[in-house]
Write a protein that binds this ligand. Sequence first.
Ligand code: MG
Length: 254
Amino acid sequence: MKIVRVRLPGEEIAYGAVEPEGIRIHQGTPFLAWEPTAGLIPFADAHLLAPVFPTKVVCVGRNYAEHAAEHGVAVPDEPVIFLKPSTAVIGPGAAIVIPPGAGEVHHEAELAIVVGKVSHRVPAEDASAYILGYTAANDVSSRTLQKKDGQWTRAKGFDTFCPLGPAIETEVDPLGLRISCSVNGELRQDASTEDMVFGVAEIFAFVTRVMTLLPGDVVLTGTPAGVGPIRPGDRVEVEIERIGVLLNPVVAGS
Ligand code: MG
């Protein structure tokens, strides 16, 4: 199943499921209980939001060997994790806003785990029972500020620097999915999730030994090689096989 979140007329927000003819609006949330309603919105009329609004976004750095190599850093012996604020999250179609002084800003296509249940010290072999599904993410990063600050909070924490979507796929095996990123139609990143250093279950176990994950939280699993600059006027597409295409335009902030 593909789960989306939509803004309805009158500013109400609802979860929905993708059906062949459109989006079936549901009552409730996929984290507790939800039920289909009579509402069906044609795709062309749907205003998609980020498929979840997390309390936190946990990210794994250097989780593809070739990407670590392009930064001249070693693959770590255990996952390196950091946080992006929830306020960085935007949905499909929303603009990535590059603020003045951000310097060189890069795209990072990533597979995102969407947490389904309260998760505390979950063993790797039980992880799939706690995961609702997977979506696409772009860990937008100011390379200039990442280098200058020596840590990543500012570089990766600006508002709009965490596009998520378009949908949460609940029935996909996260291993061996093609993951790619194109800028203005030019392919920049093209890899398989099979190339991750630490797999989804291992990452989930590691993170939940550090912090409790709540329903709707997301874990970004690192980016493959090929990261590069994005600039105002660009259109960035992160595509993950079986999940979909996350498209965001880039604009200049003031
Ligand atoms: Mg990243």
